[in-house]
Design a protein around this ligand. Structure first.
Ligand SMILES: Cc1cc2nc3c(=O)[nH]c(=O)nc-3n(C[C@H](O)[C@H](O)[C@H](O)COP(=O)(O)O)c2cc1C
Length: 197
């Protein structure tokens, strides 16, 4: 399943699918891009549960998005039970909504996790060093971080979440006419159709 399979779509649909992947890829590397902070929705005991996450990497060739999170978090535990995930991003500068669906899994290749950990900033690492897990009750407001950070402990809490995208819904609002296209991935590549917005 690659963005290259877009070649089997009619030209304009292929261009839309490629544009979706290019925008996501660019957003992963651009701190100011609105699509860099989509809402990621999973299921918590069958109840939809969404939160903003930073899109760290986008790999169009494998249709994968990468996020970082704390393995102890509710989302990580819930997504390990039920991998179904929806991701919604909105780029107001383009009046573009992207709704994605896929399955999440957590990287097990320790070397790849180490490499991602080494690339994170010291500030970001502090988030993984809390003694209590994310969501734990505190007596008063605070970030829960200890005075000194144990890098090895923090690293154990750090997870690289990979989402295999299988569905993309592109909605572009425009004064000249809205447009919407829906794409589904299968072993044979992507199929796409235009939809009433
Ligand atoms: C701008 C922004 C970016 C965020 N990025 C991440 C992130 O990359 N990974 C993450 O786990 N949480 C991130 N969060 C925090 C989550 O939205 C959420 O509050 C936290 O992960 C706990 O979620 P959970 O209880 O569903 O596990 C971010 C929040 C904001 C506002």
């Amino acid at each position: 399943m690659t963005a290259g399979h877009a070649a089997s779509l009619p030209g304009d649909l292929a261009a839309v699918l490629n544009a979706a992947w290019q925008l996501l890829e660019a957003a992963a590397g651009d701190i100011a891009a609105p699509l860099r902070t989509p809402v990621v929705i999973g299921l918590a005991d069958n109840v939809p549960d969404g939160r903003v996450m930073v899109l760290r990497e986008c790999h169009p060739s494998t249709a994968q998005l990468i996020f970082h999170t704390d393995l102890r978090s509710s989302k990580a535990k819930n997504l390990q039970r039920d991998s179904r995930v929806a991701i919604v991003g909105y780029d107001a500068t383009r009046a573009l909504q992207l709704r994605l669906q896929g399955r999440a899994h957590f990287q097990t290749d320790e070397a790849a996790i180490d490499a991602a950990w080494r690339a994170t900033s010291p500030t970001a690492r502090r988030n993984y060093a809390t003694h209590l897990p994310p969501g734990a009750r505190l007596e008063s407001a605070g970030d829960g971080q200890p005075e000194s950070i144990d890098d090895a402990t923090a690293r154990r809490n750090f997870a690289r979440m990979i989402v295999d995208i299988a569905h993309i819904d592109w909605l572009n609002l425009a004064a000249t006419g809205h447009s919407r296209a829906v794409f589904d991935a299968s072993a044979g590549g992507w199929t796409g159709t235009w939809r009433v917005p």
